[in-house]
Design a protein around this ligand. Structure first.
Ligand code: PAF
Length: 276
């Protein structure tokens, strides 16, 4: 595995490899890699000849009061994990934007509500950096985790709307043995907060069980979920269409439950399919 921080060098190599007929795979990350990320590398690996993973903590997607400054970092550990999963090139830009970078990518509809409500500039920052990373890495296939399900649907929509010739693949959410969705931000949690945070996936499980048992009304399902959650602050608990993320009153087709809550200063998200 090679590490490269210069985006021009990465783009040049990507274009050369594409010209030779190689298939380029890409997994963008913000580092502090865990099994959630490495599962995405494993998904991408057999789908390409040259696998690029990026590590870039993108300032554009953090709000002014968010954790940009203290976002956890582990460059050596990250490199070892990426190498072990067969990543060919680890792209670690220190800066990715021109000083006068002026383009923003806004993806309407799928960014409405959920994390888009409490993090108003977040998805604009995500879409902008992913569009730029796509331009640098020139992938045929890119893999994103379902942990950030709204982000995944937003990238799919952007790729479709801009006619980017990139196959976007979603990788299943990975959980710890106790059920907590893996997240780099779990590192911030105290033991007591972590125990209470398990209620997030339990609430989604309760809702999925209720759907399987025949409950269809979203208000009833949300009430079932809400009863389970122990959080310092519940940001949202919602049921939405699994593809276009429109809010649902009834669960009749592909539906997903979404939750976000804070524990101390740490905001966690989780989601799962509710369809039977
Ligand atoms: O999911 C993430 O880690 C980030 O939002 C991404 C896609 C790497 C863009 O910065």
């Amino acid at each position: 595995m090679r590490t490269e921080s210069d985006w021009r060098a990465v783009q040049e190599e990507a274009l050369q490899r594409r010209a030779r007929g190689e298939r380029v795979g890409f997994v963008p990350t913000m580092g502090f890699l865990h099994r959630g990320h490495t599962s995405l590398f494993a998904l991408a690996r057999p789908r390409c000849d040259w696998l690029v993973a990026s590590i870039f903590v993108n300032p554009l997607q953090f709000g002014p009061t968010e954790d940009l400054g203290r976002y956890p970092r582990d460059p050596e550990g990250d490199a070892a994990k990426a190498r072990a999963e067969g990543v060919d090139l680890l792209f670690t830009p220190t800066t990715l934007y021109h000083r006068d970078h002026s383009t923003r990518v806004i993806v309407d509809q799928v960014s409405d509500g959920l994390c888009g409500a409490s993090r108003p500039t977040h998805f604009e920052g995500v879409a902008t950096v992913v569009a730029r990373l796509f331009g640098v890495v020139q992938p045929h296939v890119a893999v994103f985790g379902e942990k950030d399900y709204q982000q995944l649907q937003l990238i799919r929509r952007m790729t479709r709307d801009l006619a980017l010739p990139i196959e976007v693949i979603g990788g299943p959410l990975v959980r710890d043995a106790d059920g907590l969705a893996l997240s780099s931000r779990n590192a911030y949690l105290s033991e007591e907060q972590r125990t209470r945070a398990l209620s997030l996936h339990q609430a989604l499980d309760d809702m999925a069980e209720a759907v399987a048992a025949g409950t269809r009304d979203a208000a009833d399902l949300l009430e079932i979920g809400r009863r389970r959650i122990h959080a310092d602050r519940l940001d949202y608990l919602e049921i939405r269409d699994a593809t276009d993320l429109r809010p649902l009153n009834q669960v009749d087709g592909p539906a997903r439950g979404f939750v976000a809550a804070t524990y101390g200063g740490t905001r966690l998200i989780d989601n799962r399919s509710l369809s039977s």
